[in-house]
Design a protein around this ligand. Structure first.
Ligand SMILES: [Zn+2]
Length: 108
């Protein structure tokens, strides 16, 4: 991502903290607004139902999910789906499960 100063057209090459909403132009000291960075997909958690998620996975042929423990096994990989809709565990499997979870949440 490169920021361009609207005042003098210079490209801002300094550091941009992921939390800062604006930076100052190195050349003319004008304020450059930092477009809000795309963070990780936020999953609405309030109506997450682990039982429904199990049914959703079963429809996709994934039957190795145990809603009681929240453990989902895939080969020798394992992740835990928590009741609040967060996922922890295998780094390889996690993005896949997150995708499913995202699909599951967005179909409502
Ligand atoms: Zn400038």
């Amino acid at each position: 991502m490169s920021l361009v100063c609207k005042n003098c057209g210079a490209v801002y090459k300094g550091k941009i903290s992921p939390y800062s909403k604006f930076v100052k132009c190195t050349y003319c000291d004008s304020v450059i607004v930092v477009p809000s960075a795309e963070g990780p997909a936020v999953i609405p958690r309030k109506d997450f139902s682990i039982e429904q998620f199990k049914a959703f996975l079963a429809k996709r042929g994934v039957s190795s999910f145990d809603p009681v423990s929240g453990i989902l096994r895939f080969g020798n990989q394992e992740v835990i789906v928590h009741e609040d809709g967060t996922i922890s565990g295998s780094k390889t499997l996690k993005p896949r499960v997150e995708k499913w979870l995202h699909k599951f949440m967005s179909q409502k």
